[in-house]
Design a protein around this ligand. Structure first.
Ligand code: SAJ
Length: 416
């Protein structure tokens, strides 16, 4: 098998590199961080993910996986760099493609023709084309289709669809969408993923693949927004939203998701904006769903403020900071923003943040002055108000008698 370069050793790139190495490929991981590359070469993990540590250590020990900061020559490039959003010129969210552009600039000089360049990063429609244009603009001696007798470089978009916490399983078993800029590129990418993926591999064009990935996450976002809106309606009407959803879901064609303190993470809270920025006048429901989910943390803060009212020395136990259960990822976390907001709005309160998956308070919270990181049992014992923000397994298994006499706000329905 030809050598494979995975660009970006983050939540997707590193597991992909490890899985490819396990499948027998020679894999070179590239990351802008010297520190991260060195850690990978020692077989160490920069983040928590079940089963990944073993796979990385095994790849390194067998000499099939190594990491570096310089872009190497390779037969296949898999680009798995971040595509965060930034504020567009009109104030709307739009995709920041600068990491993809930087990767393209570095890959271009190493190409000789015949290579496959795969974009895995979640991207707005047209990004694979944009990446190809950047590379071929830098290398006019190469082409997309062999025109002018110039050697061909193949480009495809193969969006990742793995669920954090289950990445090592889902990377193997999930079906994949493979969108080529040319049919040949799609076939070559299919052959690559077939070396480790047991799910169905469906070929299409790059633009459809780009929008399909965004559609999946927008679908989930809209469904969660529906649940979040129901939770606010139910609160107003004095109805238990969890029971309500359970009952509605007894219908064979109704599958409502769960309300919570908002939607976080680097995917569902971000990707729908790429659809909105591609079609702002048309994406009305998708835009509204983003607004509903983004406003939920503020609603939770309001409920905690009501609970605190009248208390002489309020101590709030904020349970969970991660964006969802049983991960250590704090990106776009609603739990984090609720905790930060509470500290700012209630300077007289002492806030004990409990997050079993981290050992240090993030800088944005440490700066507040009235937040400290605590063990969840100690936080609950010291608090008069307890707000459950993440349904981590430790919290779900809590002895409920510890909550006796506390004012409790359970945003996840974990203690019903
Ligand atoms: N959430 C709820 N209620 C629910 C489900 C989730 O409030 O019923 C919240 C979570 O607490 C979290 C956020 O939504 O804050 C997102 O969590 P998630 O578990 O739904 O999704 P992610 O962001 O971890 O991963 C998603 C997945 N996409 C879909 O399920 C359609 C995953 O398959 C994608 O690969 C990933 O985005 C990605 O990288 O795009």
């Amino acid at each position: 098998m030809t050598s494979i370069c995975v660009v970006g050793l983050g939540y997707i790139g590193l597991p992909t590199a490890a899985v490819l190495a396990r499948a027998g490929a020679e894999v070179i991981g590239v990351d802008v961080s010297e520190e991260r590359a060195a850690a990978v070469n020692r077989g160490e993990l920069p983040f928590v993910e079940a089963g990944l540590g073993e796979a990385v250590a095994e790849g390194v020990a067998r000499g099939r996986l190594r990491a570096q900061v310089q872009m190497p020559a390779a037969g296949v490039y898999i680009v798995a760099v971040p595509t965060p959003f930034k504020q567009g010129r009109t104030g709307e969210h739009e995709a920041d493609l600068s990491y993809i552009q930087a990767a393209a600039r570095e890959i271009a000089p190493h190409l000789t023709g015949g290579e496959l360049v795969v974009l895995e990063s979640t991207s707005p429609p047209g990004t694979t084309e944009h990446m190809a244009q950047l590379i071929l603009g830098q290398r006019p001696d190469l082409s997309l289709d062999g025109s002018g007798d110039r050697p061909v470089v193949h480009f495809a978009h193969c969006p990742e669809r793995v669920l954090p916490g289950r990445i090592m399983t889902e990377m193997i078993t999930n079906s994949r969408i493979i969108g080529g800029l040319t049919p040949r590129a799609a076939e070559l990418a299919r052959d690559l993923y077939a070396t480790f993926c047991t799910g169905e591999l469906r070929l299409t064009d790059a633009r459809t693949a780009e929008l399909a990935k965004l559609t999946e996450n927008a679908f989930r976002d809209v469904n969660i927004a529906f649940a979040n809106e129901l939770s606010i309606i139910s609160e107003k009407l004095g109805i238990d939203v969890w029971e309500l959803i359970e009952l509605a879901n007894l219908h064979p064609r109704v599958h409502i998701l769960q309300p919570g303190p908002g939607v976080g993470g680097h995917c569902i809270a971000v990707d729908p904006w790429f659809i909105v920025s591609a079609a702002p006048d048309e994406a009305r429901l998708i835009h509204a769903a983003r607004d509903v989910n983004d406003s939920k943390p503020r609603h939770v803060v309001g409920r905690v403020r009501e609970a605190v009212a009248g208390l002489e020395s309020p101590t709030i136990a904020a349970l969970g900071l991660a964006f969802k259960a049983d991960v250590d990822d704090l990106r776009e976390s609603p739990a984090l923003s609720v905790t930060r907001e509470l500290a700012a709005l209630l300077p007289e309160a002492r806030i004990l943040a409990a997050e079993p998956n981290i050992t240090e308070l993030p800088a944005s919270l440490a700066a507040a002055g009235n937040i400290s990181l605590a063990d969840y049992r100690e936080a609950i014992a010291a608090a008069n108000v307890v707000v459950l923000l993440v349904d981590h397994k430790e919290f779900k298994a809590l002895d409920r008698s510890l909550l006796d006499g506390k004012r409790v706000i359970d945003t996840r329905g974990a203690w019903r």
